[in-house]
Structures are given as C-alpha cells and as structure tokens.
Design a binder for this molecule. Structure first.
Ligand code: RIB
Ligand code: CA
Length: 312
C-alpha cells in the first residue's frame, strides 16, 4: 500500500510540533509539505517553527510554504500566554538551515491538489483555517479533488478554550471556518470534546523522554512547558494534546469514535463568535457536513505517539 499523501497546515505551537513529528515518523504517511498560517504566534514565527521542527527530525527536505499572516476579515489573535513568545517555548530556538520554499502556501495547496491524483491528498489543518479557505475561494475546483480534510478545531459539549463558546483555531478566523465547513469537503473534525481526553500526564511525558530519541526528548521538553497553562486552568495532570490526534486518526482511526453531524459556525454574535454549533442529536434537517469525533482510546493514542516519536 503506498503511503498516504498529506499536507499539514500549521501554526506551531508545541502540539503542532507533536503532530508534525508523528507524521514524519510514520511510514504510512508521505508529508508533501507544511503550510504555515498565523495563529498561536505571528506567521513569521509559525513558518520558522515549522522549519525548525523538521530540522530537529532531519527532514529539511520537506517544503515549508508561508501562508496567511492574518485572518480573512479580523485582526489576528495570538496565544503567547499558552505557547510562549517563540510559539514553541521549551525547545532551544535556532535559525533552521533550510529556508522557506518559494511560493505562497495557498498556491502550493491548489497546485498540489490539481497535480496529484484526485482524492489522493489529505489536508491536515492544525490552526486557523485561513489558508484552506483562501485555497477553496481561489480554486473552487479543488474541493472535488481533496481526499479528506482532518482538522483540529471547535468544541461543543466541552465548550470553548478562548471564550466560553469558542475554540482558538475557529475563533481566530470564524469566516474562514464558515467557508471550509460550507464547502462540501470531506471533513473529519477533532474538537476539544476529544482532545481534552488526551492528557499529557506526567507518566506519559516520562515514557516519551525515556525512549531515548533526541526528537522525542525535545518534544517532552516542549510538553513540560506547554502543559503548565492547561494544568493550572483545568486542574488536571497534564494538558490536552490537541493536534497530534489529527495524525493519529490517519494512522489508527480505530482509536477514535464519533458521528456524522451538521456543524455551523457562528460569525456574527459577539457573545458566541467562533462557536461550532454541532447538531449532535440531529434535531435539525441541516446537512451533515462533518464526521465529529468525540471519543478516543487515550492509552492507545499515547502508546502510538510515544512509540513513533522514539523512532526518530
Ligand atoms: O485550541 C487548540 C488549538 O489552537 C491547537 O491547534 C493549538 O495548537 C492552537 O492552534
Ligand atoms: Ca495548532
């Protein structure tokens, strides 16, 4: 079976780093490129961080394209209080030897989808959906060529993490999310309802570090930093490991469960801006436009995460 081709759209972010490491450590996947988007920190830093994480993994051969430096219609909201000023505090920051690849991220997404066999490329958005929305607006023909969109974002039963109603990735660019969820693309959604069940408990971080791999140990250092904010906020042992759930779903979907639902995005109410309104009980006849994942085998998820990162 040939490896599954993916593009990771990302705003690193320590948890994005974990997703990127998991992807490059897994022979089932072929990472065609990373596309950076402004989110956790400004674009200049997310693009640098994406290159730095690939360099740590010895994969400077994977192209990184810079994309949108701001949401479609709003001022950028960032999350340095969670991720630190660099966006990936916890790791030694350096200028990666491999430069950014020329060409805008949106053009890379469109050209790749048009070049590769229809249905053969999976998009993995891990940040605000600005690049994905711009690609869909620029080239509506690509929607029928996308194999899958497996994204981290949103929340419903779990509420929000940046406002009571909204999760960060959707909140930063709700207009972009509205475009993506209305596109008809084959969406699988990893909301807070599932990622909050994947906690980076101390014993799990220790197992990651004990595996002996240098990238895994660097990842453990990043998690030590990243989890402090959520441990304080939620009073838990460890914080939610959001973005790697997207890649784990590609590798072992049997670790997850959910249902097809209608998902709409709030873009006008100030109180609930960015809320993902998930019709989980199918009380409306609105089109089911996403597979919404709600449960995870968290032991199996961390076994996979730790085993794979220690291959690097
Ligand atoms: O709300 C969590 C999401 O926002 C994660 O993708 C994290 O990296 C940030 O982008
Ligand atoms: Ca992210």
């Amino acid at each position: 079976m040939p490896p599954r081709k993916i593009i990771i759209d990302t705003d690193p972010g320590q948890d994005d780093a974990g997703a990127i490491m998991l992807a490059v450590a897994s022979p089932e996947l072929e990472v065609l490129g990373l596309t950076a988007v402004a989110g956790n920190v400004p674009l200049e830093l997310t693009a640098r961080n994406a290159r730095l994480i690939l360099d740590i993994c010895g994969r400077g051969d994977i192209p990184v394209h810079a994309g949108a430096d701001a949401p479609l219609k709003r001022k950028l909201v960032t999350a340095e209080e969670v991720h630190g000023k660099s966006g990936i505090d916890g790791v030694e920051i350096y200028e990666p030897p491999t430069p950014l690849t020329n060409g805008h991220a949106v053009d890379f997404i469109v050209e790749t989808l048009r070049r590769e066999e229809a249905g053969s490329v999976t998009l993995c958005p891990l940040g605000p959906l600005t690049n994905i929305a711009l690609a869909l607006e620029k080239a509506p023909d690509i929607v029928g060529r996308i194999g899958a969109i497996v994204l981290m974002g949103g929340g419903f039963f779990e509420g929000g993490n940046v406002t009571p109603a909204a999760e960060f990735n959707i909140y930063v660019d709700p207009e972009a999310a509205k475009i993506v969820f209305a596109s008809g693309g084959p969406i699988t959604m990893m909301p807070l309802d599932v990622t909050h069940k994947a906690l980076t408990r101390k014993d799990r971080v220790a197992r990651l570090r004990a595996g002996g791999g240098k990238p895994a140990s660097i990842m453990a250092d990043m998690l030590d930093y990243f989890e402090r904010f959520d441990e304080k906020k939620y009073g838990t042992d460890g914080g939610p490991l959001h973005d790697p759930t997207v890649i784990a779903y590609l590798l072992k979907p049997e670790l997850f469960s959910g249902r097809e639902c209608n998902v709409e995005i709030e873009t006008s109410s100030e109180l609930t801006l960015g809320m993902t309104v998930i019709d989980w009980w199918h009380v409306t006849d609105r089109k089911k436009n996403a597979l919404v994942i709600r449960d995870i085998d968290d032991e199996g998820f961390f076994d996979l995460f730790i085993e794979r990162l220690n291959r690097l």
